[in-house]
Design a protein around this ligand. Sequence first.
Ligand SMILES: [Fe+2]
Length: 193
Amino acid sequence: MNVIEKAGRQISRSRFNEEHDATQYLYKHIAMDLGRPEPITEEEAIEWMDSLANSMTLRWRENLSVGNDSIDSDHKYFIEIINQAENSLISMDRAELKKAIENLSLYSAKHFDREEKIASAVGYPQMEQLHNSHEVLADKLKQLKIEIDGELSLSSVVHFSALLRDWLLDHLMKEDMLMRPFLTKYSPKFEAT
Ligand SMILES: [Fe+2]
């Protein structure tokens, strides 16, 4: 079974079953995403699906480390949850997607709290900014939860995937990296008591 057949089966199991022929639906949306008039070839469709699946898997890299094991391990878990959310987006499995977003909400609340305690204990001077950025990220997740109750289509897969990645990158790269010079003055095993 090739990628298109697999996607077609997933879509036909979804809410589109009665309204659309799955393969035609898939091809039409790929053409729209490619900005191309129909028809596209099967080869082009397979290439599109493969590149989407490949580009979606986020991987932890050493340069994402903020210098504290406990914060890094939370961030690794975020990447795992976001990959799960994206897999459920690709298969348009709304129940799994909701579960992943719920998990992200619960875990991020615990993580933000842990991170703020560690930051404060190592004397990070931008505590207010850190706390405010966490509130903004929590609000963005709440908004996302509302949005995923709307229609799920192949175009929305790309849209939600971008939102999740922006969420992670805003947190990891923009805010948490600022703590690195303070965290690395301590052992990577440092924990706030
Ligand atoms: Fe963090």
